[in-house]
Design a protein around this ligand. Structure first.
Ligand code: CU
Length: 672
């Protein structure tokens, strides 16, 4: 009898231990953000690190798990936030970390805790600051929701994470100041690309440029003149960055694989400007995941990845054992930089490799056909079926233009309902607004011919506390949508003021979307164009590119130069920005619109709500008191106050039901 009792107790202990693992209390992490001096690419400069590193730690969570992240802002004078890029924030819109949209930034020298449930399915995500240029300065990292995103990744032998970032030698504040000045100063292409925070700048040569530095003359690259030489020292071939020290370069990143193994590479597009292409010497790659969603396997020789995008790709280690070069190359802009890492088969000799000396087939910077074809070749696996055309309640037609601003936030007749109306005729057309008028007009990006200026009061606070809600008009680029309804967006690319049709990457907060297709030319809404949308197997993503058109990305005529069509269905209430993820185009230059679900149905703010802008404390307290009074008079109210309470209650329920389910086995023994 005693033995039987002991066995029963042992089983119970094992069971409880297993249950504790199953229902672990979620991820709790601390991110300490501070400014410090560091050499990421052989050049010592001030960087914004997380827990002493760039990028910050890779956060790994289970699907649906409670995530509690405490951010300690240890910077001397800069506010910060953390946006969990690609997380739906279903019923936790205040935790989106997009300053001025979902909440206030975290002031310098203070801490704040984010609390939300991770997306319900496995996938590759990232996090980064969403305040001014702080992410340009280094505040970001990778978020992985663990598990197999699809059947293709169920039997892998291992995985490697590649966080891809672009890096300037000028401090981020100087870069943003130049972009936001009427005497516009373009910072130029980045000096380096970093793989997991490691890059390599050649201290002795900046040979990709030639410059005539006599007064008024320009620097050129292989494409032609690019910038006035006197204002852009980093374009000069003899440019000597301060504190460049070849002996201080970080070691090249090495990824180990075993012979005949299959590996998942998680590629994270964390750049602020650059559009990248990734290739591995001697190995093809198979794309199986797009931004956290399963994709039909697509085998390619190299992959395009733009800012905000993530790709899961499989690599088969099926070549001669040895060391192979992984190359990341900037595309879409002529200032091509490279980053390198190594793929090493376990047990192969530790040889020195000159990465630049290795030939790897990759598309040229201006090969926009490659981008167009690869983006269109991606197919979803219908994890969530695409809603049919008849459910679409509004199609937003948004043309993306660059102009010098003459009015409050537009130059003329904006529209998000007709590309043709927005582009206009004759003198109304965007290219007629490219005169700086003696450096008095700001150079901005416009969506639907409106450029976006941030509101000091967060959009959610305006909605919830009914403070300045009248300013959330379509005329100010705020568009109201409803949870569960279906919307389309056509993002129309258009040549910038210099005639170049740039590649952009657009990211939607709070939900994924279906990509119905990428097309050449200009959208006019014809039956033929609409019939070309892919309603069979569109891939799901949260960030999508508008590719370029024309020779050297310069179309022969000023007209729409390619468009992408997406379909979205808001999952939960909130204020969800849709913006260019070329971050230099967004926060400082206005390439942003906001989809919000209005004041109805918004969950109450968290108890640690920050106050900023025009938020009025008395109104806030009155509203919160109203909530409390309502709650006290309604005992069946189940509105969550914060994620932890819900999680604790949910976990107790799981525990009790599982233990009840298993009770007969404890008493009678396990069935055999
Ligand atoms: Cu852009």
């Amino acid at each position: 009898m005693a033995l039987r009792c002991c066995m029963l107790l042992l089983k119970l202990q094992v069971c409880i231990a297993a249950l504790q693992i199953l229902i672990a209390n979620g991820l709790e992490a601390e991110l300490a953000i501070k400014s410090e001096f560091m050499s990421l690419d052989c050049v010592d400069r001030m960087v914004l690190s997380i827990n002493g590193k760039v990028p910050g730690p890779t956060l790994r969570v289970q699907p649906g798990e409670l995530v509690q992240i405490t951010v300690h802002n240890m910077m001397p004078s800069q506010s910060v936030s953390i946006h969990f890029h690609g997380q739906y924030q279903n019923n936790t819109p205040w935790q989106d970390g997009a300053a001025t949209f979902s909440g206030c930034p975290i002031p310098a020298q203070t801490s704040w805790t984010y609390s939300f449930h991770a997306n319900p399915t496995p996938g590759t995500y990232q996090y980064h600051s969403h305040v001014g240029g702080t992410s340009v300065g280094g505040v970001g990292g990778v978020l992985v929701i663990e598990g197999a995103v699809s059947e293709a990744t169920a039997a892998i032998d291992g995985e490697h994470v590649l966080h891809l970032f672009d890096w300037w030698h000028a401090p981020q504040e100087e870069i943003l100041t130049g972009l936001m000045s009427t005497q516009f100063r373009w910072p130029g292409d980045p000096q380096s690309v970093l793989i997991n925070g490691r890059g390599s700048f050649d201290c002795d040569s900046n040979a990709m440029y030639t410059c005539n530095i006599t007064a008024g003359a320009s620097c050129s690259d292989s494409k032609g003149p690019i910038a006035p030489a006197n204002l852009r020292p980093w374009y000069r071939p003899e440019y000597q960055p301060p504190q460049c020290d070849a002996s201080a370069c970080p070691d090249i990143e090495v990824f180990e694989v075993s012979m005949n193994g299959t590996y998942l590479l998680r590629l994270i597009g964390a750049t602020s400007l650059s559009f990248l292409n990734v290739a591995v010497e001697g190995h093809n790659l198979t794309i199986v995941e797009t931004d956290g969603h399963p994709a039909a396997p697509l085998e390619v020789s190299s992959v395009d990845l733009n800012s905000g995008q993530r790709l899961g790709v499989l690599l088969q280690a099926n070549q001669q054992p040895g060391t192979y070069v992984i190359r990341v190359q900037i595309r879409g802009r002529s200032g091509v930089r490279f980053a390198h890492a190594l793929l090493r088969y376990t047990g192969s000799p530790n040889v020195t490799v000159d990465p630049l000396g290795v030939q790897i087939p990759q598309p040229a910077w201006h090969d926009n056909n490659f981008t167009f074809q690869q983006q269109n070749a991606l197919r979803g696996t219908q994890s969530l079926p695409v809603p049919p055309n008849k459910q679409v309640v509004r199609r937003f037609e948004i043309v993306n233009t660059q102009e010098r601003l003459g009015g409050k936030n537009s130059n003329g007749k904006p529209s998000v309902d007709s590309i043709q109306a927005a582009i206009g005729l004759g003198s109304e057309r965007p290219e007629n607004n490219c005169d700086s008028a003696g450096n008095t007009r700001l150079l901005r990006w416009f969506l639907g011919r409106r450029t976006f200026f941030h509101s000091a009061t967060p959009v959610l606070s305006k909605l919830y506390f009914n403070q300045g809600v009248d300013e959330l008009t379509e005329d100010n680029s705020y568009y109201q949508v409803e949870v569960g309804k279906v919307y389309d967006i056509v993002v129309q690319n258009y040549p910038a003021c210099n005639g170049v049709c740039e590649t952009h990457s657009f990211h939607l907060h709070g939900m994924p979307f279906w990509v119905l297709g990428t097309f050449r030319g200009e959208f006019n809404g014809s039956a033929e164009q609409v019939a070309a949308f892919n309603l069979v197997d569109p891939p799901m993503r949260d960030s999508i590119m508008t590719p370029s058109e024309g020779v050297d990305n310069k179309p022969a005529v000023r007209a729409g130069c390619g468009y992408v069509v997406i379909r979205f269905k808001p999952i939960g209430p909130g204020a969800w920005p849709f913006h260019c993820h070329q971050l230099l185009h967004a926060a400082p230059m206005g390439s942003i619109v906001v989809f919000h679900t209005g004041p109805e149905g918004l969950p109450p703010p968290p108890s640690n709500l920050l106050v900023c802008g025009g938020m009025n404390l008395q109104t806030i307290m009155n509203r919160l008191k109203d909530n409390k009074d309502n709650k006290d008079s309604n005992t069946t109210n189940t509105t969550r106050k914060d994620g932890k309470l819900v999680s604790d209650a949910r976990q107790m329920t799981y525990l009790l039901s599982l233990c009840l389910l298993l009770l007969p086995y404890f008493i009678q023994g396990w069935p055999v």
